[in-house]
Design a protein around this ligand. Structure first.
Ligand code: BG6
Length: 300
């Protein structure tokens, strides 16, 4: 992918330009009256969304590695067409086939409201077919405005139905993990992945005081991360999602992760908009399924 060509075809004077994080790894930089943002073409990965006058909503590891076959640590990884380990074949990659590969830029535009909309696409290839033998087109439409809007659209371009699970595995930047609360999950059942996958029921808000890895089902359309240390709430609104994953690796697991500085678990929390566990989506030939997440921050 040639940067000059990308700029010629998809650049928008004053608001969309392409740079290179490292040779061969283009980053789309977006600026408009509402926010600045950055998206890696590798993995179709939003790595920054900073509303004007506010802190970035995204956490991005300073040890992030941009390399084909490696996940981007931070921002919004796309888990698709399965979330977590493959349901029947543990030799297949965790979190599916979309997050460690290049996508294509499909379009960039300024909306009538002055927001910026960028669409990236991924279609099946011999490599994806080896791991998941279906014909598909996956698109992510990222709209950078007063809110960050993400729409992940799965199209079945083949002649047999397929089943998917999926997640927008977003790493949010927070001030102090031991002070944050995630509200909206009170009463929801969850699979506790750090306690033998036992099914439990959330009582009150979610607080983090050790490794947390939970898959919540039947979640409401709005969740909030209350972050007193950064004096803000991050509000997450979803459509067509009934699962939410809350993940923080805490101390010991962080130490095993080469691309996450040891202390950074204190400054990140993943609250993922998903359909996973019992929520399996069937997509018929010729049809599509759209998962939507929208983020904004509010001062406390
Ligand atoms: C979470 C999973 O969604 O992603 C965790 O629930 C996993 O179990 C985490 O550790 C990070 O995954 P990875 O493959 O990016 O290190």
């Amino acid at each position: 992918m040639d940067i000059q060509q990308l700029n010629q075809q998809f650049g928008i004077e004053g608001s969309v330009s392409f740079t290179e994080e490292r040779a061969g790894f283009p980053i789309i930089e977006i600026t408009n009256e509402f926010a600045t943002a950055a998206i890696s073409v590798y993995a179709a990965h939003v790595i920054s969304y900073k509303p004007v006058g506010a802190e970035d909503l995204m956490y991005l590891s300073e040890d992030v590695v941009y390399k084909v076959g490696t996940g981007v640590r931070g921002g919004v990884p796309i888990c698709w067409p399965w979330f977590g380990p493959h349901p029947t074949d543990s030799s297949k990659p965790s979190h599916g086939v979309a997050r460690k590969t290049f996508w294509e830029v499909a379009s960039t535009e300024t909306t009538p409201e002055g927001a910026t909309r960028v669409v990236l696409k991924l279609t099946d290839s011999p490599e994806s077919r080896e791991k998941w033998d279906y014909s598909f087109e996956l698109a992510i439409a990222v709209t950078i405005g007063k809110t960050l809007n993400l729409e992940l659209i799965t199209r079945n371009t083949g002649d047999k139905p397929f089943e998917i699970t999926q997640a927008l595995h977003t790493y949010f930047k927070i001030g102090a993990v031991d002070q944050v609360k995630v509200t909206g999950l009170d009463g929801c059942a969850y699979i506790d992945k750090v306690d033998g996958a036992q099914v439990k029921t959330q009582a009150g808000d979610v607080a983090i005081a050790s490794e947390v890895d939970r898959v919540y089902s039947d979640v409401p359309a709005e969740l909030t991360i209350v972050d007193p240390a950064l004096n803000r709430n991050i509000v997450i609104t979803s459509k067509n999602s009934t699962t939410a994953i809350v993940w923080n690796p805490w101390i010991e697991k962080s130490k095993t992760m080469g691309d996450l500085p040891n202390e950074d678990y204190k400054q990140m929390i993943c609250v993922e908009t998903a359909n996973a566990a019992k929520e399996i989506i069937t997509v018929e030939p010729g049809s599509e399924f759209s998962l939507v997440a929208q983020y904004h921050s509010e001062s406390l």
